[in-house]
Design a protein around this ligand. Structure first.
Ligand code: MN
Length: 128
């Protein structure tokens, strides 16, 4: 079976390293690619067609909401799941992420024990 490909879009180096290290420590081998901003994310998503996109909502240049909207507008990315990763804890924020086209939501701070399980659950949603 080919490795599932995960694109992590995150401008914070520590968060990025944390997510990479968690995902690298599990048995499921994932192919991990990264983008530090929305422009790079759009470019990489189109060329790599990841199975899952972990999208930080607070990004420089263009924010995660706009990135999600543009990703969802790409017919070739219809099979890529977009999961918002955000520290916003305001009421209605989850709904806002979904409105902009995200398929799911993970809140920061990343829970190191839950994270891999959350990723597995999201990957199961794929293609359904
Ligand atoms: Mn950020």
């Amino acid at each position: 079976m080919p490795k599932e490909k995960i694109l992590i879009v995150e401008d914070n180096k520590l968060n990025l390293e944390l997510m990479i290290s968690i995902l690298s420590s599990v048995n499921e081998a994932y192919e991990i690619i990264t983008a530090p901003n929305g422009f790079k994310a759009l470019e990489l998503a189109k060329s790599e067609k990841p199975d899952l996109i972990l999208l930080d909502m607070q990004l420089p240049l263009i924010d995660g909401y706009e990135v999600a909207r543009e990703l969802k507008a790409e017919p070739e990315l219809k099979d890529s799941l977009i999961i918002a990763v955000t520290s916003y804890s305001m009421r209605g924020d989850r709904e806002k992420c979904l409105e902009f086209g995200c398929d799911g939501y993970i809140s920061k701070t990343i829970d190191t024990r839950k994270f891999t399980l959350q990723i597995k659950e999201f990957l199961k949603m794929k293609g359904k």
